[in-house]
Design a protein around this ligand. Structure first.
Ligand code: GDP
Length: 597
């Protein structure tokens, strides 16, 4: 076992993780570069297109050291997005070391710092590496200062490479052999393996990615998943070369996969422990958590008749995505649908996109929400993630909302604009600032999660011209002065349009809501008041004037077919409307709420 090295690569998107992995595969002769590239491409289209690899396959390579000894090196991927921090944590638990990869033209980014701290918590040996030194605008010295200041690694320990040209990559492999400790553990102990990822395959069921800590697992063995006590018979084990290649067994220290006829990924969750069903261990590996959604939204089929199809599609997606939660819901405005919980906005986008691509379903998502904790006057505590279900003002004693610690790394010239964005627009409070090198500052804030779930990332990028990066972590619930802003159309409340807002913002939000709706709801034969109500009072109002002429008047005397066409068109438009009382509201109006908040 002393000739195994297990590592992960910590890198910001585009800093060169894939290129470095390609180069390592090439140097170790595992596979031709072109073939490998294709494989990367088709395994994860959605994420690649967005420049975000949630997670790709681990890799196993064999490397013969300069001294002539043969080593197995396993490289595990870590997701590059804040929605998936739990997965990062579990990937790190599977390895002994980390390569910290920083692009010399971009410098250290917020998430890289957060993930490096996480690696330190896991006691991983860290090898700091500056990449892209071949580029003329590589700023090596400044990047060294940033690594030194932010992570506390002395600059003379930093290794420099060009993953693209291959410069320094073999030396990096030698460094891995020299610095990363070999896995500990014992083959003759009872089986103890960590699930650090799981994928669903249509034909083979769930493929579990594991790190074996103790014991041996091989085809025919009976295994048990610790948290749910389910038992299965192993049909195949193997390594990622990078294709899945069957092996005789996986032993203590190994990283590989297990196939055991498991039907859905929620039965073999990331972080869970696998042991022998015959001779189980007594205590599982530490750190397993049920992942909890942070962001919720209503999901409705564009056309009501597709409800059943949407239900089936979600069921199938869930086989593959244990973080997705959903339950049936009904909205007077949008009909039958689901209330869904996501890890974050990226996760929500990925689910929506997969529904379109894999199931041909176009769905309507309502504005994303966080989950509020409410103490009612009678002392009961409830959790609410749907503004439509918010209790009446009179019943509420206290409201709590989730808060995060937000860290932003930025060149100093954007500090003012970023502070304005976070503090003035998003109710954030600055906790500290710190210099990193000469060209970067770390800003730490505490901010309500609700303020960043919607369009914060884009705004941050806009005000910093793309230079700032962010990371956040949940820090707990805090008491807050929130109100429900409810909308009344023609005096009838429309629950699907309600929004939870901080008291200080209620008026502005209410104004925007009623104005926008007045714009989007077509004129009717009668006058329609649009009102926003909060705390028992109407706080904003807008009016849609009555329609004077009837549609046909325009073509009076014109030919009949034109009239018919017009009527036909009107009928089509109607289909996409929802009747609220006597008023037809176009679906667009509901969607517009996504842009207010
Ligand atoms: P990832 O998102 O971390 O996997 O990043 P990639 O490996 O996809 O690299 C992002 C971009 O940077 C690609 O266009 C690469 O060709 C480029 N790149 C990666 N490493 C180097 C390098 O050492 N030098 C140069 N010039 N470009 C590089």
């Amino acid at each position: 076992m002393k000739n195994i090295k297990n590592i992960c690569i910590i890198a910001h998107i585009d800093h060169g993780k894939t290129t470095l992995s390609d180069r390592i595969l090439e140097i170790t002769g595992a596979i031709e570069p072109r073939k490998m590239r294709e494989q990367y491409l088709d395994s994860m289209d959605i994420e690649r297109e967005r420049g975000i690899t949630i997670k790709s396959h681990p890799l196993r390579v064999f490397y013969k050291s300069k001294k002539g000894e043969l080593y197995e090196i396993n490289i595990v991927d870590t997701p590059g997005h804040v929605d998936f921090t739990y997965e990062v944590d579990r990937s790190m638990a599977a390895v002994e070391g980390a390569i910290l990869l920083v692009d010399a033209t971009q410098g250290v980014q917020a998430q890289t710092v957060a993930n490096t701290y996480k690696a330190l918590e896991h006691d991983l040996e860290i090898i700091p590496v500056i990449n892209k030194i071949d580029l003329p605008n590589a700023n090596i010295e400044e990047t060294e200062s940033e690594i030194e200041d932010l992570i506390g690694i002395p600059r003379d320990e930093i290794h420099k490479i060009s993953a693209k040209e291959g410069t320094g990559v073999e030396e990096l492999l030698e460094l891995i052999l020299e610095k990363i400790p070999a896995p500990t553990g014992n083959e003759s102990n009872k089986l103890k393996a960590l699930i650090f990822d799981a994928k669903y395959d249509k034909y083979r069921g769930v493929i579990i990615y594991v790190r074996v800590f103790d014991g041996i697992v091989k085809p025919g063995d009976k295994i048990m998943i610790f948290s749910n006590r389910q038992t299965y018979e192993v049909s195949e084990v193997g390594a990622f070369t990078p294709e899945m290649t069957p092996t005789k067994s996986l032993k203590a220290g190994d990283i590989g996969y297990i196939i055991a006829g498991i039907k859905e990924v929620s039965l073999a969750r990331v972080g869970d422990t696998i042991t022998s069903a015959i001779e189980p261990i007594e205590t599982p590996l530490p750190g397993y958590q049920e992942i909890k959604p942070m962001v919720y939204a209503g999901m409705y089929p564009g056309v009501p008749e597709y409800y059943e199809e949407l239900r089936k599609a979600l069921e199938k997606l869930k086989l593959n995505d244990s973080a997705l939660v959903y339950k049936p819901d009904h909205s007077p405005a949008l009909g039958f649908g689901f209330r869904c919980g996501f890890l974050g906005l990226l996760h929500m986008d990925v689910v929506k996109e997969r529904l379109t691509r894999e199931f041909d379903m176009t769905v309507i998502l309502t504005a994303p929400n966080v989950e509020y904790k409410i103490i009612l006057k009678d002392g009961t505590e409830i959790l609410i993630n749907d503004p439509a279900k918010f209790p009446e003002e009179g019943e509420i004693q206290e409201i709590y909302e989730p808060y995060i610690k937000l860290s932003i790394i930025t060149p100093p010239e954007y500090i003012g604009k970023l502070m304005n964005l976070v503090q003035t627009e998003r109710r954030g409070v600055m906790i500290s600032t710190e210099n990193a090198g000469h060209e970067r500052v770390v800003l730490i804030f505490e901010v309500p999660l609700a303020e960043i779930v919607f369009d914060f990332f884009d705004r941050m990028k806009a005000v910093s011209r793309g230079y700032a990066s962010m990371d956040y972590e949940f820090i707990g619930y805090r008491k807050s002065d929130l109100v429900k802003v409810a909308v009344l159309v023609n005096k009838e409340p429309v629950d699907a349009l309600s929004i939870i807002a901080h008291k200080s913002k209620a008026y502005t939000v209410a104004r925007k809501l009623v104005d926008k709706l007045a714009e989007l709801i077509p004129q009717h034969q009668f006058e329609i008041p649009i009102q926003a109500k909060a705390g028992g009072r109407i706080i904003a109002r807008s009016t849609i004037k009555a329609l004077r002429k009837d549609v046909l008047a325009k073509c009076y005397g014109g030919d009949v077919t034109r009239k018919m066409k017009l009527l036909e068109k009107q009928k089509e438009g109607k289909k996409r409307m929802r009747e609220i009382g006597r008023v037809s509201i176009p679906q667009e109006a509901f969607l517009a709420m996504l842009r207010i908040g």
